[in-house]
Design a protein around this ligand. Structure first.
Ligand code: ADP
Ligand code: MG
Length: 688
């Protein structure tokens, strides 16, 4: 065996960016695709769209200036010619590619101005004896400053120096007809010459199947382990609701929908168990999750326990606060408000009331779970729009929960609180169920009655004037409207500038209207003031950035214009549109878009135009973007699948599910080894 390679601190930092923290992680850093440098394609035979390796002599070389400074070289072999183009090039490249040199170039061929061309091919100078590669060349996911050759070298070294023993028992491998781990992993990093690039790229090769199976198995195992652990931990038994709950339901101006009743019953049953609930309440925007949360809170409160309700933004947290205060104050329950924007003194006051048990209900932002806040007797933690919280924040919440009752006066109260997470997260139901197998999921699958679905219109920017007339007419007729400004990814400053300019423009265009402005850079008090004025009907038009995207609830607003809708993602458009159509009035959402549309933008706008159903939209989103993006670890805290695809590998998921059971029953050591290989220290993060 060779010695493990020394890795410089700079490289280590780059590797960490790729999620590679241990040498063993290198083994599972698998190629995105492969380049075939095992043979040369005669130029006369290549077709546009193909990625090929060609070899020939440079017969012409010039720097063109139109449209941009470009190095253009003509490469000829015995049967044809092809142009190589470089938009950004170094003097060294220019020197390398001089007339007469023999060049081997790898790249995608396309039809260009002069004929066939390759843009930015990989080139090197060769002679007649330069050997060809013996096998496909892997191309790895990487990050700026970490080149393919360096990464490749590290991975080859890891393959040479680390044990590649199988974590699965032979019997299981035989039964499932899976190839061995070492064989699979070696093959994927270093395919033998006989393997077609296509089988590897479509990930249908047995070696890929083994890896995907392993990944799914690790996920299933870790969920099961977690589930078991949870049932060993204790939480307060919060007996089913009695008086107060009935009072609240009676006092509501509406009747609960069947879905609300059912989901509350599921939550209520869990709360009465002596083990911590971990339940996700999924419901489309506007489906009425807040009242279900309020009922759950009341059940804890009736049992003398504290409840914390946390939301990801100030606007949202305040809305929750106002709503719950309206509902619960008549029952003699006064919630405490705690957010980062409170003055220090008020913060301390709120923290004190929480710590002494002077209040049973605390509502706020993640400030609720910061160091200096400790709960007297926390029975239930509710997290609204949970997909919006980062992993770190949820880890803090989790740990706070664990510590919450640790210093309770009586030992029998060493309890962990129940957790209710709420989300309109655009994850298709089936995906949610399999991903969140460690959580229990309740779904609100109907909207409150009396809502007329929002009408969606797609309008090209050329007809902006008509849209403006429409907004004026609607507001003059007593409606309220949002004008949502474009998302500018590249620059926050630019985004701010756009919203300020739009605000200025619209106040000039609509002298007869009261126009308000909210954006992320306003201080919280100002934000709250504007939202309150809009809610009270004092403002007719609200110019906003996407800060209003989550959860904002102003039922009287019935018109929304989304400027530059082509820049937004599906989930975001759906969330934004969900801000209207909350009252009884017919609502309209106008998606203003700028031509020309990219194919992806066109596909997104078509979907949002055709569907109002969040889950159906999520399903489309999944197809457009893939689960990796939907469930990025950063966003959701759920390990994202790197290799397997729930849509196409359902059979493997089933196999993995059964294998996980069997492994835990019969081969616990193997289960542990498998988790260690795949999860390493990430295991902790999965359950936040
Ligand atoms: P979300 O699920 O998006 O958080 P909310 O809880 O904010 O939705 O509810 C949206 C609106 O619907 C609120 O104004 C709420 O008061 C109202 N609502 C909730 N449940 C019902 C119901 N059963 N009937 C009528 N209106 C309801
Ligand atoms: Mg909500």
């Amino acid at each position: 065996m060779n010695a493990p390679a020394k890795i410089s601190p700079v490289t280590l930092a780059k590797l960490a960016k790729l999620g590679i923290h241990h040498r063993a992680d290198l083994l599972l850093h698998l190629p995105l695709r492969y380049e075939d440098e095992t043979h040369l394609a005669p130029i006369a035979t290549v077709q546009p769209g193909e990625t090929v390796q060609v070899q020939g002599a440079i017969t012409h070389n010039e720097i063109a200036f139109r449209p941009r400074r470009t190095l253009v070289c003509r490469l000829e072999d015995s049967g044809g010619e092809l142009y190589l183009r470089f938009l950004n090039f170094y003097p060294s490249q220019q020197k390398q590619l001089v007339v007469g040199k023999q060049i081997r170039a790898v790249g995608e061929v396309r039809m260009g101005y002069y004929g066939l061309e390759m843009v930015h091919p990989k080139c090197r100078v060769v002679d007649d004896n330069t050997p060809l590669q013996q096998s496909l060349t892997p191309v790895y996911p990487t990050t700026a400053g970490l080149s393919q050759p360096i990464l490749r070298k590290l991975i080859v070294n890891a393959l040479d120096t680390l044990p590649l023993n199988d974590t699965l028992p032979d019997a299981l491998l035989k039964k499932l007809k899976l190839t061995s781990f070492s064989e699979s992993i070696r093959l994927l990093h270093n395919p033998t010459p006989d393997i077609a690039a296509s089988a590897l790229e479509q990930r249908s090769h047995p070696a890929w199947r083994r890896i995907k199976f392993d990944e799914l198995l690790a996920q299933q195992l870790s969920m099961r382990v977690h589930h078991r652990e949870r049932s060993k931990r204790t939480a307060p038994r919060l007996a089913p609701p009695r008086q107060l709950t009935a009072c609240l339901i009676k006092a509501l101006p509406f009747a609960l929908t069947n879905a609300q009743q059912r989901t509350f019953a599921e939550i209520s049953r869990d709360l009465a168990q002596p083990h911590p609930m971990q339940r996700l309440l999924l419901g489309d925007v506007g489906s009425g999750k807040t009242i279900v949360a309020a009922l759950a809170a009341l059940q804890a409160i009736e049992n003398g326990y504290q409840v914390a309700l946390m939301a990801p933004t100030e606007i949202l947290a305040e809305q929750n606060y106002l709503k719950l205060r309206d509902w619960l104050e008549p029952l003699g329950i006064a919630p405490v408000w705690l957010s980062g924007s409170l003055k220090k003194k008020d913060k301390q006051l709120a923290a004190k009331r929480i710590a002494t048990g002077g209040t049973l209900l605390a509502i706020g932002t993640h400030a609720l779970f910061q160091q200096h806040v400790s709960f007297h007797k926390l029975g239930l933690a509710i997290v609204d729009e949970q997909h919006r919280f980062g992993v770190q924040q949820r880890l803090a919440l989790h740990n706070k929960g664990k510590a919450a009752n640790a210093d309770a006066p009586c030992k029998s109260e060493l309890f962990e609180p129940h957790q209710l997470m709420m989300s309109a997260t655009p994850i298709p139901r089936t995906l949610a169920m399999s991903y969140y197998a460690d959580l229990d999921v309740s779904v609100i699958d109907e909207l409150p009655p009396g809502r007329t679905p929002v009408i969606t219109k797609l309008v090209s920017d050329e007809r902006r004037d008509e849209v403006i007339d429409r907004v004026r007419a609607a507001c003059m007729a007593g409606q309220q409207a949002y004008w949502v400004c474009p998302l500018i990814d590249e620059s926050e400053a630019l985004q701010l500038q756009t919203v300020l300019e739009t605000y200025q423009l619209l106040t000039e265009i609509f002298p007869e209207l009261h126009v308000g402005l909210v954006h992320g850079k306003l201080d919280n008090a100002e934000k709250a003031r504007v939202m309150a004025a809009f809610k009270a009907g004092e403002l007719q038009l609200l110019v906003a950035t996407t800060v209003i995207e989550v959860g904002v609830d102003v039922p009287s607003a019935s018109l929304m214009v989304i400027d530059h809708a082509e820049r937004m993602g599906l989930a975001q458009l759906h969330q934004l549109r969900g801000r209207v159509g909350r009252g009884a009035a017919q609502s309209l959402c106008i998606l203003l878009y700028q031509q020309p549309l990219s194919e992806l933008a066109r596909a997104r706008l078509k979907i949002i135009f055709e569907s109002n159903d969040g889950f159906a939209i999520a399903q489309h989103d999944l197809q457009l973007r893939g689960p990796g993006e939907l469930l990025g670890a950063r966003q959701s805290g759920v390990a994202m699948l790197r290799f397997a695809d729930i849509n196409t590998d359902e059979d493997l998921l089933h196999l993995a599910r059964h294998a996980a059971e069997e492994l835990l029953q019969e081969y616990p050591d193997a289960a542990r080894a498998h988790l260690r290989r795949w999860m390493g220290n990430k295991h902790d993060y999965l359950y936040v």
